[in-house]
Design a protein around this ligand. Sequence first.
Ligand SMILES: Cc1cc2nc3c(=O)[nH]c(=O)nc-3n(C[C@H](O)[C@H](O)[C@H](O)COP(=O)(O)OP(=O)(O)OC[C@H]3O[C@@H](n4cnc5c(N)ncnc54)[C@H](O)[C@@H]3O)c2cc1C
Length: 465
Amino acid sequence: MAERITIVGAGPVGSLLGLMLAKRGFAVELIERRADQRVLGFSQGRSINLAVSTRGLFALHRVGLDAQVLELAIPMRGRQIHALDGAQSFQRYGKDDNEFINSMSRGGINALLMTQAEPAGAHITFDARVTGYDADRHALTLLDERTGHTREHVCDVLIGTDGSASAIRHSLQAARRSSFTEELLDTGYKELHLPPDPKGLEGRFALEPHALHIWPRKSFMLIALPNPDGSFTCTLFLPFEAQGAPSFAQLTTAESVERFFHEQFPDVAKLFPELAQRFLEAPLGRMVTVRTDRWNAGRTLLLGDAAHAIVPFFGQGMNAGFEDCTLLDLALEQAQGRGALDWTEVFAAFSQQRKPDADAIAELALENHIEMRDKVADPEYLLHRQIEYAMLARMPERYRTRYQLVTFSRISYRTALEAGRVQAQILREAARGKTRLEQIDLDATQRALEERFVPLIDAARSHLH
Ligand SMILES: Cc1cc2nc3c(=O)[nH]c(=O)nc-3n(C[C@H](O)[C@H](O)[C@H](O)COP(=O)(O)OP(=O)(O)OC[C@H]3O[C@@H](n4cnc5c(N)ncnc54)[C@H](O)[C@@H]3O)c2cc1C
């Protein structure tokens, strides 16, 4: 067989896909713009850590790496909410301690996947930037980042996993083979490193380690995710500009940064070394939702952020990209099983089937931005959560919160979005005019959920592989 598959972009999604396809017996080459980060170190100003959850872990399980990834990760069992007055409260993510998300470094997972892909047969060319792609001839234009030389590289099958600014996607649009929109969020982000504390919890953590910390402040928020060495990666999400409210445009001097952090996040501000200097030096990140109308053009396919970058507030960008890999791998397995692998057909069917789910998680991620920065501290939201806990106790096998559907299940994202809307409507009806759980008609709420919510979930479960 030995058909040559070229994958552009050896990020997490490209590296995982390379590993899967090499295991499936294809000759795989990965083309990566950057030098080998395993030698250089992945930091380069950004130390993004990610929450890996069920969809990502399922994909990793297919290549036998889920246990290794979990060893490098810290479990986070819920949200630790920090109010302005310093009070803290905990909101569990799942039904009990068995449902948690896993904090780990993006560089760490990327390195592991590359290191596994190479001996499986995938070859990675580093320092090779794609500057153009002719989908009719399957011809890439490659710039050697070290020598500045440009060459043409023709391939059999091309998969673009080159991230949210994908050169492959731009080339497909320029050739009118596909088109996309980019929606820039009016909020940007900066990351700050909170060092380990030898006098802290478990001898190294300045904050509770098994939680995702949120300082919700309505139009902005700070979050913190734990790292195994006891440090936390903290991210400030704040509008670029805002009338009469805090924004990055206002935080341009050491005094303004110090004042802002000490006013808004008093319990943690004092823990950052050289707060103002580090903050002012940190790069300002932007977040974009990319919607691509078709991911396929003949024997060319876009995958991961290249096809569907989303804002990070549901912790699903990489998980969704990994789920793309699972589903494509399954489609290839089936085609190989039939003894007739037509790449054009597989890519077309995959793109058509998967795109509605990418659109759904894009919506869910945008909605969760509001939930995290604003609603988690809102009394109505908290009452809804109490009703949900009551329903989880009454219907342990049949009820799932929207967060659980997205994060701890493999039900399609479009079902999670649709079922989540039905569920939100039922919760609103139940809580209308009420302020306490004792006032809620739990029997009627359960009946409504059994009739309108449970059938959607049951139908979706029956479609899982
Ligand atoms: C602040 C933040 C927090 C996040 N948190 C989470 C989270 O908790 N959980 C989660 O699942 N996701 C999260 N994400 C999203 C996640 O980081 C992305 O979805 C994921 O990295 C996408 O992987 P990818 O391989 O598709 O793209 P990328 O990670 O962008 O990798 C693309 C690769 O292609 C290479 N490349 C780019 N252009 C070219 C070119 N022209 N030629 C050759 N190579 C090229 C790049 O160097 C890179 O190696 C977060 C994102 C951000 C910004």
